[in-house]
Design a protein. Sequence first.
Length: 448
Amino acid sequence: MSVYRIEGGRRLEGRLTVRGAKNASLKLMAAALMAEGPTVLEAVPRITDIETMISVLQALGAQCHWLSDHVLEIDPRGLNRWEPPDRLVRRMRASVQVMGPLLAKMGRVRLTYPGGCSIGARPIDLHLEGLRALGAEVVDEGGYVEARMVQPRDAVIHLDYPSVGATENLICAAALGSGSVRILNAAQEPEVAELGRFLNRMGARVRGAGQGTVEVEGVRRLTGVRHAVIPDRIEAGTYLLAGAITRGQVEVGPVVPAHVEALVARLEAAGCQLAWAGGRGPRRREGSLALEGVEGNPVDWVILRAERRPRPLHVRTQPHPGFPTDLQPQLMAYLSLADGTSLVTETVHTARFNHVDELVRMGASIQVEGRTAVIRGVPGLTGTTVQADDLRAGAGLVLAGLAAEGTTVVEGIEHIRRGYEDLAGRLREAGAAIEEVELEEEPVPAGV
Ligand code: EPZ
């Protein structure tokens, strides 16, 4: 069993480089299935969720090759199946993102129900309702979902909730074909905007991706392209919080300033000093929004300095541009050391508090009441052995370990590897004492 062993209490100081966004790369890979030729994606992170998506695409008949370290080629010309294997769909929920592309390209898709996961129930009803509105016949029974495009039609779809995955699946499903579709109350996450940009480069007609209303006019064919994925805003946020929790000074990038505004505002409110190396960033952007839209996503590096315990905060996770749920556990680790009582309310996922009991074992004082965690800041945390049960909970525990006194052992790091490329190595470059070590699993006593 691999674990992270962390000697806490060292200030992080240095540069932390961010890879391409996991949650954009996965969707672009799925969308590449719709092209008539190969697509090359640059800046794809080397993480296990990407390996799982590669397996999904290969199982469907596409070919995938790493051309170099972070450059992935996807050739969909061998695509000949519309049913991703059950074991892969169960391993990674993002496998459902092949639904829209397969329906558009093959007219048909069948997959096992992805089910719940350790951050709460995650139904796909909004995906399915949307596909029905586009003219698909959808059968949802016996743990499987099957959709066939019977009568493609123009549609106006109002999402009950701005689901990221449903918005992305519907954009893809509508991108190829003759229909014209408006999606209202669409998710506005930067990864949705990135998918729209990517599809348009392939020849699609998508307007407004990344805004509340998205319009898609189907086209007859899409071509393969070469495309560099946007930086991972959640990875960037994790590194900024690592700098903050260790009261260090870090420079994190590349990052698109607009993608991290919600976190930057909270870090400033907590007492950190932030600056932008290239002079870009929230304060300097006035008047240049149109230019950004034309140019795409200018990037910068953000410099953070933290000197004392954070001031307490009240934070609610929300769909973008609200505070991202994918940084909630990391923020909670940070606020467990605040000089006062913080409130963190999780509104996006139903059960994303896996990290709380483990933080409490390290000396944090946190009580969960419904969807809100009440965090009474303590002056220090103490290292112990903790278990990561999901990706971002794991990142939060690593951050807590960096700040804790003594040794922290984080188990369950396979969850962390799903979304962070060599997290330990990256943190070491900024001075953290963290290493991955192999432990022998303790035998379970017989008869107990
Ligand atoms: C994406 O998941 C991300 N995953 C998640 O990141 C992220 O937490 C989430 O968006 C919210 O930002 C990927 O992009 C691969 P949703 P997704 O559909 O698309 C409910 C990480 O750590 N809902 O916006 O699955 C759902 O149950 C991961 O990197 C329905 O009720 O998120 C949830 O409570 C974890 N019915 C809420 O909406 C539906 O049909 C948000 O889900 C769809 C969603």
